[in-house]
Design a protein around this ligand. Structure first.
Ligand SMILES: Cc1ncc(COP(=O)(O)O)c(C=O)c1O
Length: 381
């Protein structure tokens, strides 16, 4: 069996949200985890814990921060001080706590749309105001379209890089434009870089905070190994503050005990992934690239009225289905008529009901079945 060879009964036997949110006749292609396994080094780390029955309070001080620093240095040439980090359970918690620490209720928080839905929650649920900044389809890619000015009560930007759901991996020039925008408008930026590993040939992930000291001093980078190494249930993430003073400001507003701490399974799996998982990851990337390219050509050939801009990063395809002129939202149509569970576009922003997000990190036969069902549903209208 290869790293990407799993059949539907095996996948459905997993007690995951992906495979159990919808009725059993629906093929799921939604939430961002992969229908694959994990790197052998992660499996060995988990076995070590169970073999030792090692469930006592963990002695792992600094281990995650040091692994993070090694990984950022070796993978992105970004050299960080482990002391500038905070370890916590997940990125959503990191985004909520950053918004609460660096803005006040009623302040504006800028966010590119379409957006990973919990970012809108981090703004609305904390009483901040969403300043929507729609991205633009330039005919090849989704591009940033930063506003010329911002209201003075705008305090923050939540920046997703690579971008979910559009799959954009921003260029150095685009990132420099973001950095000067942030500096010009005196903003603090939360840079979510969880998808940073999953960049296809031709692109390169550049951490926003690596551009220079001035932007770093305003940037909280949030990341984890959970997307690229397929361990989201293990709850382990890192916040990195681009200057010691930024961390001091955060901690003064946000008692860190309130953030809890990552699980020992999460820490051990993350360290194993970052230090020893690269061989496995490269096998997965080859499969993801094959799936991405197959999907793009299948959609062009079989669903010509659906537009898919080739994602440069992530295993997510953002499908513009407006050309189908559907009676319901695209997600609802494919759920009802194709029995395929995609992410509904409207959850990424109210304007996007004509879109749906498809997760292609699945064995090829499953992906072929997903697309086959979608094609049948469109032909049967
Ligand atoms: C951009 C982005 N950020 C954060 C997350 C979730 O991270 P966590 O599970 O650590 O909260 C996801 C999951 O899909 C994501 O796509």
């Amino acid at each position: 069996m290869t790293a990407t060879d799993f059949d539907i009964p095996t996948l459905r036997a997993r007690r995951t949200n992906k495979w159990h949110k919808f009725p059993a006749d629906v093929l799921p292609a939604w939430v961002a985890d992969m229908d694959f396994g994990v790197a052998p080094a992660i499996a060995a780390a988990m076995k070590r814990l169970t073999d030792n029955q090692e469930y006592g309070y963990a002695a792992r001080d600094g281990v995650l921060a040091e692994a993070f620093a090694r990984r950022m240095g070796s993978r992105f040439g970004w050299h960080v001080d482990p002391a500038d980090t905070i370890a916590l359970g997940d990125l959503v918690q990191a985004s909520f706590s950053s918004v609460m620490a660096f803005s006040e209720p009623g302040d504006g928080v800028l966010l590119q749309l379409p957006s990973y839905p919990p970012f809108m929650g981090a703004i609305a649920d904390t009483g901040r105001r969403l300043i929507a900044n729609p991205m633009r389809d330039d005919g090849t890619h989704w591009v940033l379209d930063l506003p010329a000015s911002v209201n003075p009560r705008t305090r923050m930007l939540i920046f997703c890089h690579p971008q979910n759901p559009t799959g954009r991996c921003f260029t150095r020039a685009e990132l420099e434009a973001v950095a000067s925008f942030v500096i010009r408008h005196d903003l603090i930026v939360v840079s979510d870089e969880i998808h940073a590993d999953i960049v296809y040939p031709g692109g390169q992930h550049i951490p926003l905070a690596s551009l220079g000291a001035e932007i770093a001093a305003r940037t909280i980078t949030i990341t984890s190994a959970t997307k690229s190494f397929n361990i989201p249930a293990l709850r382990c993430a890192v916040m990195h503050f681009g200057a010691p003073a930024l961390k001091v400001r955060f901690v003064a507003r946000m008692p860190t005990r309130l953030l809890g701490s990552p699980s020992v399974t999460g820490v051990d799996a993350t360290v194993a992934a970052w230090d020893e998982g690269q061989g496995w990851f490269e096998e997965i990337m080859a499969c993801l690239q094959g799936n991405r390219d197959w999907l793009a050509s299948a959609i062009a050939a079989e669903l010509p009225r659906v537009t898919m801009r080739l994602p440069q990063a992530t295993y997510l395809a953002w499908l513009d289905c407006r050309g189908l002129d559907l009676p319901t939202s695209a997600g609802q149509f494919f759920l009802d008529k194709a029995r395929v569970g995609l992410n509904f576009g409207e959850t990424f922003g109210p304007e996007y009901a004509g879109f749906a997000r498809l997760n292609f990190a699945t064995p090829r036969p499953v992906l072929e079945e997903v697309v086959g069902r979608m094609v049948e549903a469109v032909r049967g209208r």
